[in-house]
Design a protein around this ligand. Sequence first.
Ligand code: PAF
Length: 285
Amino acid sequence: MEIVTSPVECRKKILSLTVEGKNIGFVPTMGALHDGHMELVRQAKLSCDFVVVSIFVNRTQFNNEEDFRKYPKSFDSDAEKLRQSGCDIVFAPGDSDMYPGTPEVKITFPRLQKSMEGRYRPGHFEGVALVVSKLLHVVPAQKAFFGRKDWQQVLIIKQLVRDLHFFSEIISVPTLREPDGLAMSSRNQRLSEKERSLAVIFSKSLYMAKEKLLAGDSVEETVASVRQAFDRMPQVRLEYFEIANRETLEPVQSVETNVPVSLFIAGYVGDVRLIDNIFLQEETE
Ligand code: PAF
């Protein structure tokens, strides 16, 4: 496994592999790798000849300086995990490699970013779109893999790729969960033991809401019961719970069988912000 820090070097390598006829799979990450990331790598290995993983904590997508500063960093153990997974290249640029100057370009998604993460984290998706554009120029892969825990991000990246003619196919991979249901996330590492036990309320609420909707409860009743569950736990704070069309992200007033619906949740345990979502219609997600 090779570790490359220069964007120019990395792009050269990828282009020469492409000329040799290799199929490139790309997994962009911010490091602090967990089994959810390793599943993305596994999927990439299954369908591509050559796998590139990037590790770059992208400052421009953090709307909160403290969140950026506290984002877990574990390069050596990440590199070891990737070595064992059969990853071929780790692209690990420094800040100035990715941002040689202050960027002026701004990519916005007025429709897809108006709710949820876009609403509560102003500037977040502009930062994601900017860095993913840069990364896809450095690693012009046939396929790029993203986790469904960040479903709004998946839709935004698909839109980005369509609008700007990137030629990578965007593959979304189902969320991996801890045995109690908590979605795997790098931020889970920041939870104390007590906070970790409380954090399960996010996935539990989603599954409880899914059960209620499938049993015929209204959207209003379902939203109210999730709010009540959070009201009973003052140590956790609900930021949003939304029931929305999975493709347009527009909130739904009722659940129709022909409309694909997802349930989305975000909030805080202590000062750690967690998000999660599940599909309503599928048996397993
Ligand atoms: O999902 C993430 O880890 C990040 O948002 C990404 C896509 C690597 C961009 O920094």
